[in-house]
Design a protein around this ligand. Structure first.
Ligand code: MN
Ligand code: MN
Length: 366
């Protein structure tokens, strides 16, 4: 059984919870090595302090869970069956009637919780396992870091493809298609999020996406992409020059790169998340672009890009070896241009190491 599961059992035991219902597919994968997005069907990992855990899954997923290496029980259900009634039967067979539950309150729908309650009418659900997960995932093991490195190497390959795909007249969406096609041919079946390609002024809208507009020369082109490798993600951004961008665009690139490199240099054990954000933000603010850096410096990452630590103002968390997060200063000037330079890193004993190694010196594409 994975060390992470043994830790969870210990947590349940120490806090007096007699069952945990893990519903978030990413977290089920974290504990079992099996990933599936069940959509409207029911997929859960049931964990108990002193008994073996089991997976409860749609029947059509049972073989896949075993194939993924899960060596404990997997119980299936058919579409016409009542999943919660069946699941309750397996729980009662295993441990009797749990009365004090830990559930992922950030993930479990009210409807599903009510279905569980209907099977265990006297049970209480006091604990939010989502909080436990945030802390459990904070420090990555060496094995997890190896998987993150492999995902990073795939992102570096994607950048190689991406830079070659820039051609006058090609649209942002066509370049996305080139990148993802090449990754699939390489055996990467899932990107960690929808690939972003934004050129010129469109890149000034960081939550916008690739559009149908053709790429024209003498603009910056921003790429943000990542893959999933064995359940672990990569997430990186590069901004390159297609032709000769104007001086303003080149200046924001220079400042953003300086902010990125200063933060990479400052990221080490002992600095707080807020202090690290400030290292990058001060550089951008001094250059006069502070109002255009409109998000936090970075986010924790691992099995997803929504983990701890959040690298932002107000977060006093002290960075420690094994923490993994993005460093991604961005400058977005509406109607002009946008630049983001992003690597995800892990904290070492005396600094940090990036998972992606594509050059950050401004690359010119003819
Ligand atoms: Mn990104
Ligand atoms: Mn990111």
């Amino acid at each position: 059984m994975k060390k992470q599961l043994i830790e969870l059992q210990k947590y349940l035991s120490e806090n007096g919870y007699d069952a945990a219902y893990v519903s978030n597919p990413t977290d089920i994968n974290y504990f079992t090595g099996f990933y599936s997005e069940p959509e409207e069907r029911i997929l859960a990992l049931l964990v108990f302090p002193d008994n073996d855990p089991f997976i409860f899954a749609p029947q059509l997923e049972v073989e896949a869970a075993k194939k993924a290496g899960w060596d404990k029980d997997v119980f299936g259900y058919l579409d016409h069956e009542n999943p919660f009634e069946l699941m309750a039967g397996h729980i009662k067979d295993a441990v009797g009637t749990p009365s004090n539950w830990s559930i992922e309150k950030d993930d479990l729908s009210v409807d599903k919780l009510e279905s569980i309650k209907s099977q265990f009418p006297n049970a209480k659900f006091p604990d939010n396992l989502s909080r436990y997960m945030e802390n459990a995932k904070l420090i990555k093991t060496d094995e997890e870091i190896e998987k993150l490195k492999a995902a990073g190497a795939e992102a570096d390959y994607a950048f190689e493809v991406a830079f070659k795909a820039i051609k006058e007249g090609r649209t942002e969406q066509e370049i996305v298609a080139e990148i993802e096609y090449a990754m699939m041919k390489k055996g990467v079946m899932h990107m960690s999020f929808d690939t972003i390609v934004q050129a010129g002024a469109n890149a000034a809208n960081p939550h916008g996406g690739p559009e149908k507009n053709p790429i024209i020369p003498n603009e910056l082109v921003l790429f943000d992409l990542g893959t999933i490798h064995d359940g672990y993600i990569s997430d990186a951004s590069r901004t390159v020059a297609f032709g000769k961008p104007d001086d303003k665009s080149l200046d924001i690139y220079k400042v953003d790169l300086e902010a990125n490199l200063a933060a990479m240099d400052a990221a080490k054990p002992g600095i707080t998340a807020a202090e690290l954000d400030k290292v990058a933000r001060d550089i951008i603010t001094k250059a006069g672009y502070g109002e255009y850096f409109i998000h936090r410096l970075g986010h924790g990452m691992g099995t997803s890009e929504h983990e701890f630590p959040s690298i932002m103002e107000g977060n006093a968390m002290v960075l420690k070896p094994g923490m993994c997060f993005s460093i991604e200063p961005g400058i977005y000037i509406p109607h002009v241009a946008g630049v983001r330079i992003e690597d995800c890193v892990y904290i070492t004993e005396d600094g940090c190491e990036p998972f992606t190694h594509t050059s950050k010196e401004l690359t010119y594409i003819d």
